[in-house]
Design a protein around this ligand. Sequence first.
Ligand SMILES: O=C(O)c1cc(C(=O)O)c2c(n1)C(=O)C(=O)c1cc(C(=O)O)[nH]c1-2
Length: 685
Amino acid sequence: GCQMAAAPAPLAASPIASNDPLAHPAPGEWTSDGRDYTAQRYSPLTQINAGNIGELGLAWYADLDTYRGVEATPLYADGVLYNTLAWNITTAYDARTGAVLWTYDPQVPREFGRLACCEPVSRGLALHGDKVIIATLDGRLIALDRTTGRPIWTTRTFPLHSGYAYSITGAPRVFGDKVVVGQSGGDLGVRGFVSAYDVETGAEVWKFYLTPSPTDTPDGAASDPVNAMMRATWSDEGLWRQLGGGANPWDAIAYDPALNLVYVGTGNAVPHSRYYRSNDEGDNLFVCSIVALDAATGAYRWHYQMNPGEEWDWTCTQSMIAADLEIGGRTRQVLMQAPKNGFFYVLDRATGEFIQAGAHVFQNWNEGFDAHGRPITSEAVRYTEEPHLVAPGPGGAHNWFPMAFSPRTGLAYFPAYQSAFVLARQPGWTPQPMRSNSGWGFVSTGEAAATRARLTQQANALEKAWLTAWDPVANRIAWQVELPRHGNGGAMVTASDIVFAGTTRQTFTAFDARSGRQLWEYPTQSAPVAGAISYELDGVQYIAINAGWGGGAAQIERGAGIEMPRAPARLLVFRLGGTAQLPPLPANASAPPEPPPLRASEATVARGALLFQQTCAVCHGQNAIGGVKDLRHMTAETHAAFTRIVLEGLLLDRGMASFADILSREDAEAIHGYLIARANEDWGR
Ligand SMILES: O=C(O)c1cc(C(=O)O)c2c(n1)C(=O)C(=O)c1cc(C(=O)O)[nH]c1-2
């Protein structure tokens, strides 16, 4: 059987916590995405250790039949593994053999794919008693019967025609007797909120808006003190009223049962440029913050804003982990987060007090913290029409890739990304329905073009990626392992002091949790971006991970050696002595077809390039490299059907909806011209 390491001291348990199985899963179970309410992604299992890890092999795998990003952390309980994919297709597997017990397809309308900034991904699901709970891209919360996969109840979390571009990609969480879920859409325009539902019935229990009411009535400034507090930090004029302001909690939400608090990590502001959003004024609460709410009522308790007046697409939606740490001679109940802005934060999770924070990558926005922990934001990153270098870039120094924490080593583990970007305010910008509403310019002319080119070179030179181990007590990096590019997967750590993480080498890799020394590596044929789990069944320790490259990281294609041939996504399950083998990659997986000759004029190609960046790049990669389908690799048949695919929705069933509402035939042809030009540039013979 599996040996247990000496258990770390548990958090003070409340009466609610003590009879809540999600608070105290058995050592061999993984029943919520962070494993328990601390969300440490720490497994107490130790059968797999540094001495025998060489024998770790594949026990079984499941073909997931998709090239979409697979971001979910699977869950395990009672011999069954639960997993969910793009479009929220959910499957239960016999955890010993991989035999499919049931599959549930919620039939998400494929038109919703256009609302997802970074593919129609799902980051996971939740378990409670006899139920599996999923949150669908189109905003439904569905409780399924764990043994049959049949729906028990369904609730809509947002109205279909709210005027805002809501979607859901985050995992729902069960906290005690409630399901809590957040929304996406902060790049197109939404008013962020978080809401809680009765786990038995799906009835809404509470809802908390993360930006102020756009109308000032009837739930406006005077009547509601929390709304008034938020409202005082926004201008009277500004596009936030029309676009919602953002702050949507699209990934991590955490819970402390003893304190009865739900922690909500909020996203970026919309439109991104504060000049257009809020007349260049104010902190704009609660964008890029952690907000603590009363778990029973949803009432506001405290907040800490990482980036007052955020305007760089920085989100504070990243993993939040609870632990009790000795800092400055006192035991502190902390909440830890490494948001996009390049710092690692340690807050008091009872009060929201700032304890400490340190930068783990190059950054140029922060000039220190004042006595209250408020950051001093450099004026140099507040942008004008002149191009500026801002670090980190919008991909974030740490994105949603799950972070882990070991109470044995005292270290937090996450994939880090050093980057920068060049932005300038786009003159005369107006919001665009159904497009990314940044208010940044992507192109510059005249003298500014030369500045942009120079700064872009500087940004490219900064580009680096690591698996980072951070010491939250010493407030510094403990160790780092350099990895080839951004998009490295989430972390999981075991009581045998092993960190497991996917890498952009297209491998699943194990590292010594104390030193970072590599212990084991397995080629996965697609880079695992999700977080792994560990479970025990019949005395055998298993490790499970989804290997499905995609999501936001697949859109950022810089540097060489990144176009690795890849297989469709798979769920991979490992054990000591496992002997299953993946089939070989098809030999021609990377051979692109011969592109057609370029006939479009230079001006048409340039127009197509701009339209492509505004409309298509979020799924098909910047500069048409990578993404969910690399369009430089189109076949002759796809070229022939190009305008029908774009304007008539010929491939809707695969998630490629029609864009006839925002693109004309001429636009579609210009984009086609640009893609043919790109294919000839890179693949032409
Ligand atoms: O503001 C938002 O609503 C929102 C949503 C999402 C999402 O739902 O996937 C991402 C982001 N923002 C974002 O900024 C981001 O970097 C990002 C990366 C990913 C991903 O799945 O790889 N999603 C998102």
